[in-house]
Design a protein around this ligand. Sequence first.
Ligand code: ATR
Length: 277
Amino acid sequence: MTTPTPILAAVIGSPIGHSKSPLIHGYWIKKHGLIGHYIPIEIRPENFESAIRSMPKLGFRGANITIPYKETILSIATSISDRAALIGAANTIVFGPDGSIRADNTDGIGFIENIRAHAPDWRGSNGPAVVLGAGGASRAIISALLADGAPEVRLSNRTRHRADMLKDQFGAKITVVDWARVSEAMDGAATVVNTTSLGMVGNQPLRVKLDNAPNFALVTDIVYTPVDTDFLQQARSFGLRTVDGVGMLLHQAVPGFEYWFDVRPEVDDDLRRVILA
Ligand code: ATR
């Protein structure tokens, strides 16, 4: 009897020590009894392209791509999914048997699946969304909300120019709101999302008021350190439903694992505990 060759996957970035991805994929490899490894690899910018091109020869099936390479990878990829092209960044690559490199972005699907896991009746189409922040995470979330039928996205960012640029890209369904007036934009909102780094441990709190939000609004935050941000606590104090950001991190990992290991993994409570430990 021959021993199967281990399946290899990785997360590539610089720095990489903080990444939770090895914990997530390691949990699933063990849970499913697979013969495989998922490892963090730090690559310097000058070596990025040659290192990526070597990976299929070393036996890797694919990788997650993180800061600072999520945009760079698009220029190396052989093919790019529609959603990665729209977002302008990829977080997941899959190597073909011929050494081809397919780039995808699963952040938006992670965002949607996380909310649905906690609020099964939630749809982007339930009504207008308020999105705070206009960085990379915001682009993925806006494209996911629009794909899920959001009729309007009210976008607000400290640096208004960045929000205006996203409006130019995503079009008429985006309404740019001044950062100083964003509380007024909560009126009638079905979904409110913080995509800024405000509220994260070590950063300033997010001081946006939610008192104008309707009682059916769902509030979510991509910050997950701490898990229960002040913003989510404020939302609950108004009786609003909240979904924390840990699940987005877990759900964005699902498609990559399925591409590489041929098993669709589940986001379960034990995984959440492992990541939060
Ligand atoms: P990511 O790719 O993770 O979204 P990013 O591109 O650095 O990260 O974006 C961070 C977001 O947090 C931006 O919307 C940023 O606002 P600016 O575009 O004005 O920089 C927002 N942000 C960070 N610190 C902030 C602060 N002190 N006040 C308001 N917004 C802040």
